[in-house]
Write a protein that binds this ligand. Structure first.
Ligand code: MG
Length: 161
């Protein structure tokens, strides 16, 4: 019998000068970047929280606390690989992931395929199992005022055990 679980994740980081903008493991050329202890890859963080949430394993702050110097500047795709290991160790696999990145600038559409490729490689999935959508916040609120970028993700996990 196949069991299924669903999880959702959310993250937001501030946009600041002097930081790279990394989304889904892709370095995107922009005048501002995301502030954070790690590389502040808000999309990958939301996906990790969705995966952990599906199995009630807590959140990424528990596994990679921002107070721990070993995660300073961490490549979030590597952290995603570790989270994936937790899922596999428990006998679960990913059915699919869907996500949204909300950013007023820059335009993300040209980078979506590269993000899907990076994330699907880390998770050993086909790119068509990774949904990534980009939207703006119609200039409303802090995201709309380009003070930050946020992301939402859901993940479906399956197990045959
Ligand atoms: Mg984060």
């Amino acid at each position: 019998m196949t069991s299924i679980r669903i999880g959702n994740g959310y993250d937001i980081h501030q946009l600041v000068e002097g930081r790279p903008l990394i989304l889904g493991g892709v370095h995107i050329d922009h005048s501002l970047g995301l502030k954070g202890h790690s590389d502040a890859d808000v999309l990958t963080h939301a996906i990790m929280d969705a995966l952990l949430g599906a199995l009630s394993l807590g959140d990424i702050g528990h596994y990679f606390p921002p107070t721990d110097p070993q995660w300073a500047g961490a490549n979030s795709l590597k952290l995603l690989g570790q989270v994936h290991g937790l899922i596999l160790d428990r006998g679960w696999r990913i059915g699919n992931i869907d996500s949204v990145v909300v950013a007023e600038q820059p335009k993300l559409k040209p980078h979506i395929e590269a993000m899907r490729d990076r994330i699907s490689q880390v998770l050993n999935l086909s790119p068509d199992q990774i949904g990534i959508k980009a939207t703006t916040n119609e200039k409303l609120g802090p995201v709309g005022q380009e003070q930050g970028i946020c992301s939402y993700a859901v993940a479906l996990l399956t197990s045959n055990s």
